[in-house]
Design a binder for this molecule. Sequence first.
Ligand SMILES: Nc1ncnc2c1ncn2[C@@H]1O[C@H](COP(=O)(O)OP(=O)(O)OP(=O)(O)O)[C@@H](O)[C@H]1O
Ligand SMILES: [Mg+2]
Length: 371
Amino acid sequence: MIDNPFSYGKTVDGPFFYGRETELEEIKLSMRNATNLIIYSPRRIGKSSLVLKALKDLEHEGHPVVYIDFFKVSSREKLIELYAREVVRPMKGWEKGLQWIQGLIRGIQPVMGLDQTGLPELRLSVDPSQTARAFEDIINLPVRSAREKCWIVVFDEFQEIEKLNGASFEKELRATIQHHRNVSYVFLGSQRHLLLNMFSRKERAFYNFGKLYRLQKPAEEASVQFLHARFKAGGFRVSDELVRNILDHTRNIPYYLQYLSAEIWEYARLSASEPEAIFRQALERLLINQNDYFQGIRAQFTPFQMKLLSAVALHGYGTYESEFLQKYRLYPTSSVQKAYKRLTDLDILEKQNNQFGITDPFFALWLKQES
Ligand SMILES: Nc1ncnc2c1ncn2[C@@H]1O[C@H](COP(=O)(O)OP(=O)(O)OP(=O)(O)O)[C@@H](O)[C@H]1O
Ligand SMILES: [Mg+2]
């Protein structure tokens, strides 16, 4: 039984990761130089996978690294625990790590918990009466425990910090880490406008905190090669035409590209057919599976917003040009403006060169079908 040669839905590495040679070098260079980075892109382009790969390399070079996913941070205590766990992780032997961290962070203690599989696991936890001290200690750790090579601290999904007591936490964090000289802080976020607002608005705590780095789609040539190679590893020699079709339907966005390819591969195996022969059915099946999810998204919108969205799907993109607005009977302009803004704020649409496109290429196909 051959495993599916494609992977999506979690960060990827090894044979599931392709391209990004230049980006990896650029990011690693900044990290090594203790430069702060804000990495942004449309959703699912591969930010987290790229940064984790960079961290792996730099950890090998001797840099202490910390990676925190803010989706998992539900409180200040949780941030401290996750941070502490990251710091202890590379240490050999729990006891040694524990002793070391207890000497550095006030109020941190070991507790027994259960891991994902239900097995007992030793965890770090914070005495709630000591949270403020523990927070101060841990955030300053990269300076207090400086090594020869700079620390690299990554905060993924950083826009989620807004949920934790909003502006005050943001300010507090900034107030502490702005004095950290020999540390590279790297911020990533999937909600692009939220993240960019945090770093590009004068009134925000993190204004001008680091270098903005926009991650682009991978080079098409790299995607083409990857698709041929992975289908081959999965037992199929596929045509250039199929590869082209996959790129067109996924707009060369890595997540969608792997998702559709995984479906095609699986369906071809199940039906003992060539991938080319079942491309349409695989795509159909994928859209059917996503049906509830798309219905749910659509249910959040007003009839006018839905009308605009359908128009954008049918037209391929949306604009303020009268030809487009008249064709789909979109007026008054003030409503169109409002609808574009809401849909962009929700990352459903993205604006580029005065055109609005639907972020999720499968949602775009689905909307077109439904219209
Ligand atoms: N370099 C890559 N090579 C192959 N596939 C990739 C690569 N980067 C990303 N992917 C695909 O895209 C998916 C999403 O990747 P990742 O989580 O790294 O993106 P992201 O930009 O962090 O996404 P999000 O916006 O949801 O945070 C992966 O599961 C994988 O299928
Ligand atoms: Mg991510």
